[in-house]
Design a protein. Structure first.
Length: 303
């Protein structure tokens, strides 16, 4: 069962209590994707649609990372706010890395009718999403689904060959729940490639915090979750303290701007442990500040 499926199930579950049009449309896209993503996805959807199933999933969540479903909703709410503001400030195209089964593209196309959105993900994920959007009548010429494997793409050359993509236009890059699954040096290389190809582009992304034991993860994550993620082949590869985050991102050519405060009194993060940040891609070859190295600031690499 993929991360895209779990996030889609969280969107469907949220829509049972959140009746806003945006939440309902996002859930409709997630549902249509789950219906087309295989037997495991269909079983998950049936569980989310039943009261008993939602109760069991709630117990499972409490046994894994208490509040993680509400955290996903918190994260997406903040991303929508920042992305809408970026579009209002003049962004003309949006590049979403690892888009999964999310409906953010449709939200942004509504907010900025003149913009274009490019979603990058694995071919199998995009095939499911393409069929789901067509079934819902939401396929849109302004949205391109672009197959690619992050960490293996020569991004600058790939972007130049992408039909309709114009590197000179004001651009927003979104990488939600992506970078923690890649080694830190791969993330920094990827960011430097983006910074060279899209200088001054906006960036909205996430990275893991460090737990008390120095490993990347959520603060209330149960001990067995790390072993389970490793068994699935999706461990959190790295994390950073709030203090270290600007330097580690800076080595990838990112000027860090806002970081969503997990302890915001009006809208706190229900499951702290993941940094959500907004920044700008800049020249990737600036020097590391004297006397500072990133070795003591990052988690040990995971096997």
């Amino acid at each position: 069962m993929s991360t895209a499926m779990l996030l889609a199930a969280a969107a469907v579950r949220q829509a049972h209590t959140d009746r806003t049009p945006e939440a309902q449309r996002n859930a409709a896209i997630a549902r249509a994707c789950l219906q087309r993503a295989g037997e495991s996805a269909e079983r998950l959807l049936r569980a989310v649609d039943g009261r008993l199933g939602r109760g069991l999933l709630g117990l499972l969540e409490a046994a894994c990372v208490p509040g993680i479903g509400a955290h996903y909703a918190w994260r997406k709410r903040r991303i929508r706010q920042w992305a809408r503001q970026a579009c209002a400030d003049g962004v003309r195209q949006v590049l979403i890395l690892g888009a999964g089964f999310d409906g953010l593209a449709q939200t942004l196309l509504d907010a900025a009718p003149a913009a274009r959105v490019f979603e990058v993900d694995r071919p199998a994920t995009l095939a499911v999403k393409r069929a789901a959007l067509a079934a819902l009548g939401l396929d849109d010429a302004r949205l391109q689904l672009c197959p690619g494997e992050l960490g293996a793409l020569p991004l600058a050359r790939w972007l130049r060959g992408l039909p309709g993509f114009a590197p000179e236009l004001p651009t927003l890059v979104i990488a939600e729940g992506v970078f923690m699954y890649l080694p830190l040096d791969t993330v920094q290389t990827l960011l430097r490639q983006l910074a060279r190809a899209l200088p001054d582009a906006d960036l909205i992304a996430t990275a893991m915090d460090l737990r008390r034991d120095g490993t990347p993860g959520f603060a209330r994550q149960r001990p067995w979750v790390r072993r389970w993620l490793q068994w699935r082949g999706e461990p959190f590869r790295w994390g950073a303290s709030r203090q270290a985050l600007p330097l580690l991102l800076g080595q990838g050519g990112v000027r860090l701007g806002d970081v969503a405060a997990p302890d915001d009194g009006e809208d706190p993060d229900p499951a702290p442990g993941e940094w959500l940040f907004h920044g700008c891609l800049s020249h990737p070859d600036h020097p590391v500040p004297a006397g500072r190295t990133h070795a003591p600031l990052m988690a040990a690499a995971l096997p």
